[in-house]
Ligand binder design. Structure first.
Ligand SMILES: [Zn+2]
Length: 182
């Protein structure tokens, strides 16, 4: 049977696997998944992994084509002889996940303790907290907690507008003034 697009004969094996196919492999519009062996070798048991994500597929195909065959995700990590993939090997359009900062209680306490040391100069203490937050030592929530604690220990003096109080006028003076006669 010939391919309906390029009219070249469809290989026997393909017809066996896909009896209803009308095209050869290169003319097929079906996106090809990448299949690789995870476990192979000594054991008779083997497992394959079907990779559907295009970027991952391209990346792994590239690696495997360099002769690194038969490593699975877990085996790959376990093997120290295989170097970590270089960032330059990863296609540019592959989004590299940014590792999320880990906010620990220990860091929180460290920043809080240091801020408390500078409580006499509260502005400076706050500056230190803000910096720690920028550097992702503490989270935004932790930052607010520390600022609240600082506020408890050293409240910002409230600016109270002095009330303009009418000075009590001496009754006698008032009386004299009201009854003033020229
Ligand atoms: Zn064809």
């Amino acid at each position: 049977m010939d391919c309906c697009k390029c009219y070249k004969p469809i290989p026997e094996a393909r017809l066996k696997a896909l009896p209803n196919t009308k095209t050869c492999v290169s003319c097929s519009s079906v996106e090809r998944d990448y299949v690789r062996t995870i476990i192979s070798g000594k054991t008779t048991y083997s497992e394959v992994e079907v990779i559907k994500n295009k970027d991952t597929k391209d990346y792994l195909q590239k690696l495997d084509s360099k002769g690194r065959q038969g490593f699975g995700s877990m085996l790959y990590r376990a093997s120290k002889s295989i170097p970590e993939p270089k960032a330059s090997n990863v296609k540019l359009n592959t989004r590299v996940a940014r590792t999320m900062p880990e906010f620990t209680r220990a860091n929180f306490e460290k920043v809080l303790e240091e801020a408390m040391l500078f409580l006499d100069d509260k502005d400076y203490a706050i500056q230190k907290v803000e910096k720690a937050c920028e550097q992702e030592m503490i989270s935004g929530v932790q930052r607010r907690q520390i600022l609240e604690i600082l506020e408890v220990f050293k409240p910002t003096p409230k600016v109270v507008k002095p009330k303009v109080e009418q000075e009590p006028v001496d009754d006698e003076i008032l009386h004299a003034f009201r009854n003033w006669k020229m």
